[in-house]
Design a protein around this ligand. Structure first.
Ligand code: ZN
Length: 217
């Protein structure tokens, strides 16, 4: 998960009691960095404007700007009407550090480990949801799409791993190590796809994390 900085002024359509306006979708797309807030897939072709707290006909929740989230259709389906999910738009929540994402070790990994880093029930429930999104294969559709998703995460992680390996290798030239460190710094930004996996791979090394901490936004 990553923290989202939501614009303060709500899109005009919401004042006219419409959450399906183009301005709402566009504002969410930009503020959520083109990513689903749950799985962090980027530029997904099928996304939903999600009511974070299910509106159940309540107009206030239906058109409340802070209740609208950007999610891919798959994650929206997993979340359903679940409440008690960590609000990544609240700056008081450290969305990255509260839920540990351990990257898959191969493109074929069957399981991705997602762990709550606090005993807060909201954090535990959010980790449960994200774990299901990456692993649950109770239907054929979820099984196939889950395998695609884990493979996509591995691909992004592998890019980072190549640079970490160059940086760590005593046989690398100093200039290659410097360049590798620049790449690692760049990959620490939350704008990247699956940023929680990339950032946690580095947070596990206090030494490397110390070198790039200014880039973990
Ligand atoms: Zn998603």
């Amino acid at each position: 998960m990553f923290n989202v900085t939501r614009r303060e002024t709500s899109p005009e359509s919401l004042n006219e009691k419409s959450w399906r306006g183009k301005d709402v979708a566009e504002a969410l797309r930009i503020d959520f960095l083109d990513k689903c807030y749950l799985c962090e897939s980027k530029e997904t072709l099928s996304f939903n404007i999600e009511h974070f707290d299910a509106h159940r006909g309540d107009d206030e929740k239906k058109y409340e700007w802070t209740n609208l989230f950007f999610a891919c259709a798959r994650c929206n389906n997993f979340k359903g009407t679940r409440a008690n999910i960590l609000d990544c738009t609240d700056p008081a929540n450290d969305a990255l550090r509260l839920i540990k994402h351990t990257p898959p070790t191969t493109p074929y990994s069957q399981t991705i480990i997602i762990e709550p880093m606090s005993d807060d029930p909201v954090v535990i429930e959010t980790a449960d949801l994200i774990r299901e999104i990456f692993n649950l294969d109770d239907t054929g559709n979820r099984m196939v799409a889950g395998a695609y998703l884990r493979k996509k995460v591995f691909r992004r992680y592998y890019e980072l791993l190549r640079h970490i390996n160059t940086y760590e290798d005593d046989y690398s030239l100093p200039r290659d190590k410097d360049l590798a460190l620049e790449h690692i710094k760049n990959l620490m930004s939350k704008k990247h796809e699956y940023s929680a996996f990339l950032r946690w791979a580095v947070l596990d090394s206090p030494e490397l994390a110390g070198l790039v901490e200014d880039f973990i936004d």
